[in-house]
Design a protein around this ligand. Structure first.
Ligand code: HEM
Length: 148
């Protein structure tokens, strides 16, 4: 895979760009759910939130998540980038797995809102909004500081 070495900095540019787009959606969608949970079902406001949530998930978050994976795996394939005997990459990938699980939970909650069967309140979505923040902190600490 030595032919990938000269492309390493550009793959990292694409990786970080995709990460930022994905994280923007992971922060914004729960915030939309907070306001949507307070809007009367069937109202014009609720209908607007449904459109915003669907476009954010399908138009930005899904492609950004896939791109984050493609360029992340691309970086891992560059010889010398990852020492698989080190601990940081495994803790990072655990964090990425948790972030991906959270993405799928958001997709399931979006379907509940779209079908007017959401039963969770604004307080619940304010609380879960903190999850991507904590996971982002863990992932960045592992990949930048590589503490172990
Ligand atoms: C399957 C998913 C992922 C894989 C396989 C992956 C893999 C990698 C690899 C191998 C590097 C290069 C490390 C180096 O050059 O020292 C990297 C860099 C980076 N990754 Fe990921 N990553 C993934 C997802 C993510 C996610 C979800 C985030 C943030 C939420 C993230 C944030 C970063 C950052 C900020 C860098 C640049 C670090 C630096 O330049 O020091 N990655 N990633």
């Amino acid at each position: 895979m030595n032919w990938l070495v000269p492309a390493y900095p550009w793959i990292k540019v694409a990786h970080i760009f995709s990460v930022i787009a994905w994280m923007a959606g992971l922060f914004y969608l729960p915030r939309l759910f907070v306001y949507h949970a307070e809007a009367p079902p069937g109202s014009d406001q609720a209908a607007t939130f449904k459109v915003m949530e669907r476009r954010l998930l399908r138009g930005i978050m899904n492609p950004a998540m896939i791109a984050t994976y493609i360029f992340g795996i691309g970086l891992a394939a560059v010889p010398g980038t990852v020492d698989w005997a080190a601990g940081w990459i495994w803790v990072k990938l655990l964090g990425v797995a948790a972030l991906t699980g959270f993405h799928h939970l958001l997709a399931r909650w979006r379907k509940d809102f779209a079908a007017d069967r959401n039963r969770r309140g604004a307080r619940f979505f304010r609380f879960v909004n903190e999850i991507p923040t904590l996971l982002l902190l863990l992932i960045i600490a592992m990949v930048v500081a590589k503490p172990f």
